[in-house]
Design a protein around this ligand. Structure first.
Ligand SMILES: CC(=O)SCCNC(=O)CCNC(=O)[C@H](O)C(C)(C)COP(=O)(O)OP(=O)(O)OC[C@H]1O[C@@H](n2cnc3c(N)ncnc32)[C@H](O)[C@@H]1OP(=O)(O)O
Ligand SMILES: CC(=O)C(=O)O
Length: 513
């Protein structure tokens, strides 16, 4: 939570931090770095509250801070005092280990920096806290002045640090360099850790290289949050350690909670989870290519590096123009339809999907519209709760927007006018008013997202428009797609699909009203 909170755009309240800490504890991590007490009131308050109300089952709380200022006694440094008084059983102490940083950033001597490390560690140890020393810029420092970088590690270990963590602060290293440097640094005799940034896209790979070389402590952030391009993603790192390197680092069964926890923390950080996040992303086990689906039908392992359930994720099949019959069969099965025994029908559905995708539809993002198409093919007719006779939208600058919808449902002819703050909103109101009396479930459906994309932009105002609508009934959500020569026609199609799918999902029999 300390380096993670250094990510651009990420700002956690004290309560947010307490929630994230509980999630990290559920994941079973050993230590949670809660922030830098004394550096800002929020982090100081976090530690005060955590001491009172945070009950951790597996994790131990760590407070982050720096070695004492040059020329001060550790006991007299107010930031060291804040670490001491934080109530955290562990302190992570950032120390300079690159000679140039000592001289230019700290503006002190190499000897004084060693004394700053020694004094601060000894002081906090004497006060009963365990200490991890994060050697900032260690790898660059090792290249510039190996003897000094190793001397900082030795000083920290001799002063009583439990672990000396080698930081790739600028994130510029590659795995072979990390492996070599860690192996050499072990000669100091200290227990080593790794803290890798992702500036070369190698944070996790560098962490794995360090562990293979002998590091036994790994620092990372959930969802790879962190300064600039982020830190080693925690879940990717622990999943690699457990599933690829055979090291049990989390409590038994905890890894299977990883996807749930990664997504729950995304809700708190208000940073949408990356679909392509290794292991936990919604696309991590999603299969689009027809050839992949055809092999997966025989054995999912043929196109998956692990069973997604091991990290709490799921396999998904994506229906698109790249689908083959196997994709349609597996997707049908996922949706509860047995499409497998009729090769002709499978071929027909596949061709329809490809033709519609060419017109601009996209089914991989609109499972609900695909399910209606599937139902139509399986049941001989498209599920329909109402027959639309006509619809019209009027927009006047002085009077707002008005939509008229005429339809037939349950033997009645209905003509309804709806108003809204725009054409789609007015159509939505009119359609709902028309059928709500007959199908009360409609009152529970809410439009939660609306996305418009102009396809074939070269055509200017002539272009084809695609609309994706996400609807929720408060419990589940579904996405429908419409395509048309303009936004209103495309939206109407997606709206009709949204209500039709919702009623079908609620088990309302067609034409019951
Ligand atoms: C690699 C990392 O990400 S480490 C984590 C970095 N995190 C942060 O910086 C976030 C929190 N930081 C802060 O709130 C502030 O920077 C504070 C409270 C720590 C310090 O604020 P200020 O006293 O105003 O100092 P400022 O930020 O301008 O400069 C940092 C000072 O710390 C000193 N310093 C830097 N690293 C260390 C270190 N490892 N040990 C001791 N002192 C250090 C610098 O030399 C500088 O000293 P100076 O004030 O004598 O010039
Ligand atoms: C300590 C730390 O965050 C770093 O060196 O990157």
């Amino acid at each position: 939570m300390r380096d993670g909170a250094q990510q651009e755009g990420l700002n956690l309240s004290v309560q947010d931090k307490l929630h994230v800490a509980r999630h990290l504890d559920d994941l079973g991590v050993g230590f949670i770095e809660g922030g830098w007490p004394g550096s800002n009131p929020k982090d100081t308050e976090f530690f005060a509250l955590a001491a009172k109300e945070l009950e951790l089952r597996t994790a131990t709380l760590a407070a982050f801070g720096a070695t004492r200022r040059a020329g001060l006694r550790a006991a007299d440094d107010p930031l060291v005092a804040a670490l001491r008084e934080s109530g955290a059983p562990v302190v992570t102490l950032v120390a300079k280990s690159h000679d140039r940083h000592v001289e230019l950033a700290l503006r002190t001597t190499l000897e004084e920096n060693l004394a700053m490390v020694r004094d601060t560690v000894e002081h906090l140890r004497a006060e009963g806290q365990r200490v991890f020393v994060d050697c900032e810029h260690f790898f660059d420092g090792y290249v510039a002045n190996r003897a000094y970088a190793l001397e900082v590690v030795r000083t920290a270990a001799e002063a009583g640090a439990d672990v000396v963590v080698l930081c790739d602060t600028n994130g510029g290293m590659l795995p072979h360099q990390v492996e070599e440097v860690v192996a050499d640094t072990l000669s100091v005799g200290a227990r080593l850790g790794i803290h890798a940034h992702n500036d070369t896209g190698c944070a996790v790979a560098n962490s794995m290289a360090a562990v293979r070389a002998g590091a036994t402590h790994l620092q990372g952030c959930l969802n790879g949050y962190g300064e600039r391009t982020g830190n080693a993603d925690l879940v990717t790192s622990v999943a690699n350690l457990e599933l690829k390197l055979g090291m049990q680092v989390l409590p038994e069964g905890a890894l299977a909670e990883a996807t749930r926890i990664a997504h729950a923390v995304s809700e708190i950080t208000n940073y949408p989870p990356s679909a392509r996040q290794p292991y936990t992303g919604v696309s991590s086990f999603a299969h689009k290519a027809g050839l992949h689906a055809s092999a997966i039908r025989v054995d999912p392992d043929l196109y998956q590096h692990i069973d997604p359930a091991l990290v709490g994720n799921d396999m998904r099949l994506l229906v698109s123009e790249m689908a083959g019959r196997a994709t349609i069969e597996l997707k049908g099965r996922e949706l509860g339809y047995d499409v497998g025994d009729d090769a002709e029908r499978l071929g027909r559905i596949t061709e329809r999907v490809k033709a519609m995708e060419q017109q601009g539809y996209t089914f991989e993002a609109a499972d609900a519209s695909f399910e209606l198409l599937l139902a139509e093919e399986m049941e001989g007719a498209r599920p329909s709760y109402f027959d639309v006779e006509s619809w019209r939208v009027l927009a006047e600058s002085s009077r707002g927007t008005e939509a008229t919808v005429k339809l037939r449902a349950a033997g009645q002819r209905l003509a309804v006018i709806g108003e809204g703050n725009g054409p789609v909103n007015a159509l939505d109101h009119a359609l709902r008013q028309a059928i709500e009396q007959l199908y009360p479930d409609v009152a529970r459906f809410h439009l939660i997202d609306f996305r418009v994309r102009i396809l074939d932009q070269g055509h200017g105002t002539d272009a084809v428009t695609r609309v994706l609508i996400e609807t929720s009934d408060g419990k589940d959500a579904w996405v429908t797609v419409g395509v048309g020569p303009n936004m209103i026609e495309a939206s109407w199609e997606a709206l009709v699909d949204a209500l039709t799918y919702g009623l079908r999902r609620h088990g309302v029999p067609v034409g019951t009203a």
